[in-house]
Design a protein around this ligand. Structure first.
Ligand code: SAH
Length: 282
């Protein structure tokens, strides 16, 4: 199994978010590739042991009270892997960046704290949604982000002009993370985040103009009819998290549910689809 070189950092007392961001800024020149929290400790990941050693030296000088342990973290799952390269990501006009990279003023900017909520822009399925979001009219729309993770798509929809966005996730950690990211982006007036299982609770949310559903091919195929039923007539749904091997099954389920594909994008083995709810008789 592959291992990532990392530093495990502990502070004399529980660190504030600001303290952690200052620490990340100190090591920025070593191009850290990832960051996560482990209770009161934080881990910073690096591309090489040499970069880690340099970062350790920088931190020793900057903050003698900080305790730094070199660790090699096993590559456990795809979500962690997806967070292992954490510079800014540009998709079309949008930029998704961690908080220690300041907005450069040139683009709509989305700040995402890389932590346990999936969705830093480093996974192809998120980028496909961000690209598809930019080829549809979102201004003034009501939007549901089904499986919001970090909140990245909800914040993107709001940045692109959506009037009201509901972001839901069944994982409470993701909900907490999304609430934090929404606030950081000044989007709390436009994005409401709720803990909710789409499969059992979405019908109660009422209809929307646009749904984003970056889930899995299997879940999308099973919930296609429910997801389409959430759309206004002529509403649109963006689905992602679909592997090419699953595409036919997902497309078939949405077609049977009365949705028509209007755009397809692919990156590596991942596919994103934009579909419209066919108006008129089913
Ligand atoms: N929207 C983000 C995150 C996608 S990861 C992005 O595009 O990057 C998928 C998210 O969906 C995870 O956070 C997972 O917890 C959530 N999820 C999975 N099944 C769900 C369900 N049935 N209801 C609500 N959320 C779900």
């Amino acid at each position: 199994m592959r291992h990532y070189p990392a530093l495990r950092l502990t502070w004399p007392s529980r660190p504030t978010d600001d303290a952690i961001e200052r620490t990340l800024a100190v090591v920025d020149d070593t191009a850290p590739t990832g960051y996560d929290r482990e209770g009161d400790a934080a881990r910073i990941f690096f591309a090489s042991p040499a970069a880690r050693d340099l970062a350790r030296e920088l931190l020793r000088t900057a903050d003698p009270a900080l305790v730094c342990a070199s660790v090699d973290v096993p590559d456990e799952d795809w979500a962690e892997r997806s967070q292992a390269a954490l510079g800014p990501v540009r998709v079309g006009a949008l930029v998704v960046a961690p908080p220690w990279v300041p907005p450069d003023g040139s683009a709509p900017w989305i700040t995402i704290v890389p932590s346990m909520g999936f969705g830093t822009g480093h996974h192809a399925s998120t980028r496909l949604c961000l690209a598809l979001a930019q080829s549809m009219p979102l201004a003034g729309c009501r939007v549901l982000d089904a499986g919001t993770g970090s909140g990245v798509l909800a914040i993107a929809a709001w940045r692109l002009g959506a009037a009201a966005v509901t972001a839901v996730d069944l994982d409470q950690d993701a909900v907490d993370c999304a609430i934090d990211n929404v606030a950081r982006n000044g989007a709390a007036g436009g994005v409401a985040v709720r803990a909710l299982d789409v499969a059992t609770g979405a019908a109660a949310l009422g209809r929307v103009d646009v749904v984003f559903a970056n889930l899995t091919g299997d879940l999308l195929a099973r919930q296609a009819a429910l997801l389409v039923s959430l759309l206004e007539p002529d509403g649109q749904i963006v689905v992602s998290g679909v592997m090419t091997s699953e595409e036919a099954g997902v497309a078939g389920a949405f077609s049977a549910a009365g949705a028509r594909i209007v755009e397809r994008r692919a990156e590596d083995e991942w596919v994103g689809l934009r579909l419209t709810r066919s108006s008129g008789p089913a």
